[in-house]
Design a protein around this ligand. Structure first.
Ligand SMILES: Cc1ncc(COP(=O)(O)O)c(C=O)c1O
Length: 332
């Protein structure tokens, strides 16, 4: 998060809705020392015309979260539907009428020294007002990082494991200190994987090309949305295959995708213009489609959205159900 969040915001912590200033963890918490947490990042977009706040693909995010928590043997004792209800409830209780970033985090919560994983798990969900992550309107300048992407057999990058983000932090920090907007990481074989916090697509000869989910990438939900939009709306062929570094220098278009960045065009890589250095037509169209879908302007993609206020009554009913279950499962 770029700005400090308001400590009075209501968050979901320890099975209750509490002000953020009361949501505290102890200094010996396992995840704080060893990175043994799994987080998510979800966006909600405010549509001023509709006076509605749309949470974007929350079910898919919570399904991914729960599945990936399994890698660290963390149990989140609620269903994706219940977690969606809590998210809507959070937005509603904070009376948000602005774009949001929602941050669920599940973690190993025993307070003791020792790296071995035990069965004490906790989770919280926080939602904060959040504008643009990268100012990508005019295109970004990306730099290939000197850091390598972590390997699946070291820390699986397909899950948003807290400790793994030291890799993204090192690459992102290096990129920005070197004057780039974002880092592009190669794997140990020298192939392109993704950005520090986003997936990568390039356009070559009319085809959309992106690394496969076996290439040490996060299985991005925005990546999935873009693939659906590209296939259905633009009739584009999508190829998932390894990308060589130098293909970045000769491709027709390049862009990054992610919950935080949305669809961010890259117009320069390593001080070289991508094609003629202007934002490409395919990127421009996909960026527009994604924006419209995320803001509830495309009927066909309403299936991706959870409306917070029209669904407000639903959220209230669900909250009662969740409160009852939380009592049963005694979330610590
Ligand atoms: C390393 C990394 N890759 C890709 C993404 C994009 O994933 P998603 O579209 O699900 O946000 C993210 C952000 O969540 C990320 O941290």
């Amino acid at each position: 998060m770029k700005a400090d969040a308001d400590p009075n915001l209501i968050v979901y912590f320890g099975g209750q809705y509490v002000p953020m200033r009361e949501a505290r963890v102890g200094i010996l918490t396992h995840a704080l020392h060893y990175g043994t947490g799994v987080f998510e990042g979800i966006r909600a977009y405010w549509n001023e015309t509709a006076r509605e706040l749309y949470v974007l693909r929350p079910t898919e995010h919570f399904e991914r979260w729960k599945r990936n928590c399994g890698i660290l043997r963390i149990d989140v004792p609620l269903t994706p539907e219940e977690l969606c209800a809590i998210t809507a409830e959070l937005a509603w209780r904070n009376a948000f009428h602005t774009d949001l970033y929602v941050r669920p985090l599940a973690y190993k919560s025993a307070e003791r020294i020792g790296v071995a994983i035990d069965d004490e798990d906790s989770f919280f969900i926080a939602a904060v007002p959040y504008g643009e992550y990268l100012h990508s309107e005019n295109g970004l300048h990306a730099g290939v990082s000197s850091w390598r992407r972590i390997e699946d057999n070291a820390i699986p990058p397909r899950a948003k494991i807290c400790g793994a983000y030291a890799n993204s932090a090192l690459a992102g920090d290096e990129a920005r200190r070197s004057g780039f907007d974002e880092a592009i990481l190669l794997n140990e074989a020298g192939h392109v994987t993704e950005g520090a916090t986003c997936n990568l697509f390039m356009v070559r000869k009319g085809r959309l090309i992106t690394p496969a989910v076996t290439d040490n990438i996060l299985e991005g939900i925005t990546r999935d949305s873009i693939m659906e939009l590209a296939t259905r709306e633009l009739d584009l062929e999508i190829v998932e295959r390894p990308i060589a570094r130098s293909e970045l220098y000769v491709c027709d278009e390049l862009f990054l995708t992610g919950t935080a960045v949305g669809v961010a065009p890259v117009v320069r890589v390593d001080h070289r213009p991508v094609a003629n250095g202007a934002i490409g037509e395919t990127t421009r169209r996909l960026r527009r489609l994604y924006f419209d879908a995320a803001h509830g302007n495309l009927q066909a993609y309403r299936k991706w959205l959870l409306p917070v206020y029209a669904g407000g009554r639903l959220a209230e009913q669900n909250a009662a159900r969740v409160d009852a279950r939380v009592g049963e499962t005694s979330l610590a």
